[in-house]
Write a protein that binds this ligand. Structure first.
Ligand code: MF3
Ligand code: CO
Length: 274
């Protein structure tokens, strides 16, 4: 990802509310995905569904044509794909681990988040990876408070995933500031040292997004120029929330409960890990 400005934009309370609407639309769209996921459907079908749902709600998908090259509305990253997977015609199957990442622009403000779904039965080590990655996201969010530094978020995520559980924390891709642009300063890595990096002030809005591998942290990019995969072919999990920095407790602008309600009601999805 390239960050053209070395400048942090703090939002007004009214702008944060607009960003909550954008983030909630992403959550509502991912909830629609959670309703229809089952073996046999394709990620290209999910892409179409997301595009239509977003446009029906007076917004536009923001990944399409990003940097003049991203050719789809969503990223659909299955199994060994870490992020930026292209939707395709391959039927999803039992045992797949599927991250759906969606960005929208609503009223000029970006929402951008991701959720990983498990289709049916998988081995306990994969379910554990999903659980720990989701937990690490919340541990990072706990640190997104005024006067903490970005490195405090990064450290909390790395501690829970790499140090405590031996997973691979992807280094090449990071979270980011979010606002009128999809990618704003500061970068938010998922690894680092406490007390380092920019100090956070009230109403900094961030996309925090751990990308965690079952095996090696090493990744490579496919010849399509986008698809990022694990070098050892083992699965990778990605969760992302949009948050606003506050004094005592970060506000989460996205809404996983919409997604989780649909996930739990879908018999094809495995939510037994939480
Ligand atoms: N959530 C990802 C990110 O923030 C997705 C970007 S896909 C892209 O980087 F196509 F827009 F790059
Ligand atoms: Co993002």
């Amino acid at each position: 990802m390239s960050f053209s400005r070395n400048l942090i934009y703090y939002k007004t309370d009214a702008e944060v509310e607009l960003m909550r609407h954008s983030a909630t639309l992403v959550s509502a769209t991912l909830a629609e995905v959670a309703k229809i996921l089952k073996p046999g459907i394709t990620t290209l079908f999910i892409d179409k569904l997301c595009n239509e749902f977003v446009r029906d709600h007076k917004a536009v998908p923001s990944f399409y044509n990003y940097q003049g090259t991203y050719p789809f509305n969503i990223c659909a990253s299955v199994n060994d794909v870490v992020v930026h997977g292209f939707p395709n015609q391959v039927a999803l199957k039992e045992g797949d681990v599927i991250s759906i990442d969606l960005g929208v622009i609503l009223n000029g403000w970006h929402g951008d988040h991701a959720y990983t779904f498990v289709l049916g039965d998988v081995t306990p080590d994969i379910l554990n990876l999903v659980r720990i990655t989701k937990e690490s996201l919340y541990k990072g969010i706990e640190k997104a408070i005024v006067n903490n530094r970005i490195g405090d978020i990064a450290f909390a995520i790395q501690e829970h995933t790499e140090k405590k559980n031996g997973y691979g924390v992807v280094r090449e891709l990071v979270g980011h500031g979010l606002g009128k642009n999809l990618h704003e300063d500061p970068q938010v890595p998922n690894y680092g040292s406490r007390g380092t990096g920019p100090k956070m002030k009230e109403n900094l809005t961030l996309a925090i997004e751990p990308m965690i591998n079952l095996g090696t942290k090493e990744v490579y990019t496919d010849t399509d120029g986008w698809t990022v995969r694990t070098k050892d072919g083992k699965p990778s999990v990605h969760f992302e929330h949009n948050v606003c920095v506050k004094k005592n407790k970060a506000q989460i602008l996205s809404n996983y409960s919409l997604i989780e309600t649909a996930e739990k009601a879908n018999p094809y999805l495995n939510s037994s890990y939480y």
